[in-house]
Design a protein around this ligand. Structure first.
Ligand code: FAS
Ligand code: PHB
Length: 398
């Protein structure tokens, strides 16, 4: 769609997974909305981001009518593998969580599926439409001022959903907001490779040389990460150097080999924890990375964004249909419970598996003691499995 109406019920800023899924859920509930996205379609569909989905995320995508290709192509996993001290330990998620699995389906594919649906049957989605400012948040109507096709325009709405990520305009628009954050003293070098996965499940490796993660995108494409110092230039890492370092970090005293292949993409991802409270100011609601960031070690970023918009869609639909704003009034508290649980789990996984630049032998022994406890205790393993597989989304009713 080349232009948007000047007026809608919900103005959605951002066409990442949060904004697109929210728009889908609202559209199916009969609530009109418009999505404004600052970049073009190719940018949104090609950003290499998340890959691991909780069951609640898969359920939400099916409920939004966006689960058809996912049902055909997603890989179901029954756990993860931890490696430390040259040993491997498999966590059996169904056995530890009463039957829960996790799924591999790349965020890029979720975004493609949602964009295709939205362009086919609405609601309006404008690319190259950058939100410049929001106002009227305490008034009768809110407004988004945005630039599209070189002209400045205004979208008047009852509500604004700030789904514009960590660098958008929304989270700065919450007056008096408190942001809790932590920067980590390391980053991830992430690669895509034309190499079939060397493991049925994801492998998280603690090693004296640093952390490594073996994930995948399909039976022929690997997605792997290794801990690197902040400021690392991916150009300093040749394919051979990357594979040699991954081999060293995944090494175990068993017959296992990492399958190599051409690396088709590599990028460095900084690690950050961040939460902005509250996730609402008047007619503005924040969702996804606009409100919170987690280090990807716990595979929570995308899943948290989905949980936010499931709750937000319920709240906006209730307000639109009956004028009852009780769910909107409870939105921030409802989401922050889950956000902080995921923040803690992501911090736990990151600090237990990574080697700080100034790490002491004492800290390393503490990490190995914690990992040994998870390998030996069903209770400790179940705590990790429950958090990783994700908790049911708390959906308050009016
Ligand atoms: P997003 O950032 O995805 O989307 C926000 C959208 O808003 C973007 O399309 C942006 O262009 C748009 N926007 C911004 N400002 C705007 C403005 N002013 N006007 C209009 N539009 C605007 N999570 C995991 O679980 N596992 C991972 O492995 C993982 N890897 C990641 C790798 C990277 C490099 C990054 C940055 C994040 C990663 N994440 C990962 C987290 C990631 O998946 C996010 O949680 C997820 O994208 C959140 O989705 P959204 O909230 O929709 O935000
Ligand atoms: C991914 O597949 O990109 C992925 C999976 C799990 C993580 C991080 C990234 O913890």
């Amino acid at each position: 769609m080349s232009t948007a109406p000047a007026r809608t019920t919900v103005g959605v800023i951002g066409a990442g997974p949060a904004g697109l899924l929210l728009a889908r859920l609202l559209h199916r509930a009969g609530v009109d909305c418009v999505v404004l996205e600052s970049h073009d379609r190719a940018y949104c569909e090609q950003r290499q981001r998340a890959g691991m989905l909780e069951q609640a995320t898969v359920d939400a995508l099916h409920a939004a009518g966006a689960g058809e290709r996912l049902a055909r192509e997603a890989l179901r996993h029954d756990g993860i593998e931890l490696r430390f001290d040259r040993r491997a330990h498999r966590l059996d998620f169904p056995g530890l969580t009463g039957g829960r699995y996790v799924w591999i389906y790349a965020q890029t594919e979720i975004v493609k599926d949602l964009i295709a649906l939205q362009l086919k049957d609405g609601p309006p989605l404008l690319f190259d439409a950058e939100a410049l400012a929001v106002d009227g948040l305490d008034g009768e109507r809110a407004r988004i001022r945005y630039r599209h096709n070189g002209a400045e325009r205004t979208l008047t709405c009852d509500w604004i959903a700030g789904c514009d990520g960590h660098h958008g305009v929304s989270h700065a628009a919450v007056p008096g907001a408190v942001t809790y954050e932590r920067e980590y003293p390391y980053s991830w070098l992430g690669i895509l490779a034309d190499a079939p996965p060397s493991s049925e499940v994801l492998v998280y490796a603690h090693s004296p040389r640093g952390f490594a993660l073996h994930s995948m995108r399909s039976p022929t494409v690997g997605r792997l990460y290794l801990q690197v110092p902040n400021g690392t230039d991916p150009g300093d890492w040749s394919d051979t150097r990357i594979w040699d370092e991954l081999d060293a970090r995944f090494a175990i005293d068993a017959d296992w080999r990492l399958t190599r292949g051409p690396i088709t993409a590599k990028a460095v991802l900084p690690m950050r924890s961040s939460v902005t409270e509250p996730m609402r100011h008047g007619r503005l609601l924040l969702a996804g990375d606009a409100a919170h960031i987690v280090p990807p070690t716990g595979a929570k970023g995308l899943n948290l964004a989905v949980a936010d918009v499931v709750v937000l869609a319920d709240a906006l639909t209730a307000a639109h249909r009956t004028g009852d704003t009780a769910l909107l009034d409870a939105y921030s508290a409802t989401c922050l419970d889950r956000v902080w649980r995921a923040e803690h789990f992501s911090y736990f996984m990151t600090s237990t598996l990574h080697t700080d630049p100034d790490q002491t032998a004492f800290t390393t022994r503490l990490q190995l003691a914690q990992l040994s406890r998870i390998a030996a205790s069903r209770h400790a393993a179940a705590e990790l499995a429950e958090n990783y597989a994700g908790l049911p989304i708390d959906r308050p009713t009016p």
